[in-house]
Structure formats: structure tokens, C-alpha cells
Design a protein around this ligand. Structure first.
Ligand code: SF4
Length: 68
């Protein structure tokens, strides 16, 4: 199964949209200044929801790459 790596860059403006779109894998850090992922390595089943979060991010701070 293909694995994917998900992460949030420092471009994040803490708008919370990714958390609303994919609570399964995104949450805000303790001081609400940056979104974080619960799981950095996800599988195909989890990709669609994480992709939704990526697509909704207004500053393209969410990256999804093929994991090695
Ligand atoms: S949608 Fe983008 S800018 Fe908004 S909290 Fe998530 S990563 Fe940050």
C-alpha cells in the first residue's frame, strides 16, 4: 500500500479550516498558533480526507507527499 507524508509548514495562519475539514488528522497546537497533524504518515484510505484539508487551506501550508 502506498503511504503518504502529511505536514504543515510555517505558512500556517491558524485559520482552523483544516481541522474543520479533517478532524481525524488535524488539530491546533496548545496556543492556537499553528495546525498540527496527529499522524504524519497516512495510507491510501486516509488520503481523501487529508487532501480535503489540503485543498481548503487558504495559504497552501499543508503538504502531502509520497512517503518513502
Ligand atoms: S487550513 Fe492551513 S492556514 Fe488554516 S489552520 Fe490549517 S494549515 Fe493553518
Amino acid at each position: 500500500m502506498v503511504k503518504h507524508k502529511v505536514y504543515v509548514t510555517d505558512e500556517c495562519i491558524a485559520c482552523n479550516a483544516c481541522v474543520a475539514a479533517c478532524e481525524e488528522n488535524f488539530y491546533m497546537n496548545d496556543d492556537n498558533t499553528k495546525a498540527k497533524v496527529k499522524k504524519e504518515i497516512i495510507d491510501d484510505k486516509e488520503l481523501a480526507k487529508n487532501q480535503e484539508a489540503k485543498d481548503i487551506c487558504p495559504v497552501e501550508a499543508i503538504k502531502i507527499e509520497k512517503a518513502k
